[in-house]
Write a protein that binds this ligand. Structure first.
Ligand code: CAA
Length: 412
């Protein structure tokens, strides 16, 4: 196969889009209210700010907003399949993908469904998309990964919450990254983190989850390295699933050790941690938000560099894989938009964050209009007869932080 043909059959990321809720809470303030040393969150966990979704946002609106950006440079009539990965879905039966398909006005012949395996669902979606495109190279697959991470007020997991969405178009005309074909995987039935259907918050055995994460990394890396023939030095940067940024440091150190290196080079991961440090955990989206952070934030031209990626989904399934950054990738990314997205977010007091957290939709299906807060282009306007109602948001809605808690209290 000549070089041109090889380039034509590569499958990878053609376009990316990222969305974060318009509100956040500072972990320094949370630490003060919870009576915890702020360095525990800033250094021990490695988190600074935590994105908080407003009552009129959910995974559907988060995901649709991310997808709008990903579709800016893609003809949406060419989207053949929409795969929505989430572990905080809004319905036990109907896929978040269907609501999103409607909001994005995608073609009726575009297949749309949801996949789940904790934070690794997005990577399962990616594997599926790569196979679909390899089978028929004219296909374009839109993957949306969106999640709201919830553990419970005052719990050890609380500072590792967050929310966000990442959308990517996978096709045979990749402009940002082409994926290598060898993957390592690992599955083991463990109870490190799960969420029974009757709970809104995850149940977690935190310390155990860290151990299983690191074991799954070792196992999936071993298979990936064996099958691909790549070693540590073949990768210039590394991205990890990011429940909190300190986890990546632990993981990167372990990977170095496994490969006989005495010290790990944290510069290989640091640009990939920046966005997650001010967003928090976004479960399915977090690895790919980390990749976006790396590509948008690294001043060095990464063209031709191989990035190692580790995806971990509690329960557990994990995957190790890699991709090569493509020439011209920078022209398809939007670091300036990220600056705007992050700098215009609204800070919440801890009290207002708690009110957002405690907001609930009626469980009897009765008519309810969600109070209007700052959102992206889409919002959950309410429910009626057990049906979720979505609408295009008026961008003029501004809820001042001091009013946020009160709005919710009044509406509830
Ligand atoms: N200054 C600096 N560091 C401090 C400190 C201080 N004042 N006080 C504590 N620390 C350090 C601790 O030494 C510790 O560091 P090490 O991990 O290096 O030992 C770190 O801060 C955390 O403190 P604790 O060990 O006391 O842990 P905790 O009880 O607060 O719980 C946690 C931490 C387990 C991560 C908890 O937040 C949690 O359960 N989070 C949710 C689960 C999770 O994220 N698991 C990750 C793997 S599973 C996964 O990845 C899937 C997923 O998305 C959930």
């Amino acid at each position: 196969m000549n070089e041109q043909m090889q380039a034509e059959t590569r499958v990878g990321i053609e376009a990316l889009g990222l969305y974060v809720p318009r509100y956040y809470v500072s972990l320094n303030e949370l630490a003060a209210v919870r009576g915890v040393d702020p360095n525990k969150f800033a250094v021990g966990i490695g988190q600074e700010l935590m994105a908080v979704p407003a009552p009129d946002e959910d995974v559907v609106t988060l995901g649709a907003n991310a997808a709008l950006e990903a579709l800016e440079q893609v003809d949406r009539s060419q989207i053949d399949t929409l795969i929505f990965a989430t572990e905080s879905g809004v319905d036990q039966s109907k896929a978040a993908a269907i609501y999103t398909h409607h909001l994005l006005d995608l073609p009726r012949r575009c297949k749309s469904f949801e996949v789940k395996q904790a934070c690794c669902g997005s990577t399962a979606a990616l594997q599926m998309a790569l196979a679909m495109v390899a089978q028929k190279p004219t296909r374009k697959v839109l993957i949306i990964a969106a999640d709201v991470a919830r553990y419970g007020l005052g719990t050890a997991g609380e500072p590792t919450q967050g929310a966000g969405a990442l959308a990517m178009v996978v096709s045979s005309q990749p402009r940002i990254m082409a994926f290598d074909s060898e993957w390592g995987s690992y599955t083991e039935d463990v109870m490190d983190f799960w969420r029974p259907n009757y709970l809104d918050e995850a149940v977690v055995d935190g310390k155990y989850s860290i151990k299983v994460y690191l074991k799954a990394l070792a196992e999936s890396w071993a298979q990936y390295a064996e099958e691909s023939g790549f070693d540590h030095a073949d990768h210039s940067r590394f991205c990890y699933h990011l429940p909190f940024t300190r986890m990546a440091e632990k993981a990167h150190r372990q990977l170095a050790k496994l490969n006989g290196l005495e010290v790990s080079d944290d510069t290989q991961i640091e640009e990939g941690l920046r966005y997650n440090r001010i967003i928090g955990n976004s479960y399915t989206a977090s690895l790919y938000i980390g990749l976006t952070s790396l590509l948008e934030g690294t001043t060095e031209d990464l063209t031709g560099h191989r990035v190692g990626m580790f995806s971990y989904g509690s329960g557990c399934m994990a995957a190790y894989f890699s991709g090569v950054v493509l020439p011209g990738y920078r022209t398809h990314l939007r670091p300036n938009r990220r600056v705007e997205q992050f700098e215009t977010r609204v800070p919440l007091t801890v009290e207002a964050y708690e009110a957002f957290y405690q907001h609930e939709l009626p469980r009897d299906g009765s008519r309810y209009l969600t109070p209007q807060h700052e959102t992206g282009h889409f919002r959950l306007s309410g429910v009626q007869d057990h049906k979720r109602l979505y609408e295009r948001a008026s961008r003029s809605a501004k809820a001042a932080p001091a009013h946020a808690a009160q709005d919710v209290a009044l509406a509830g």
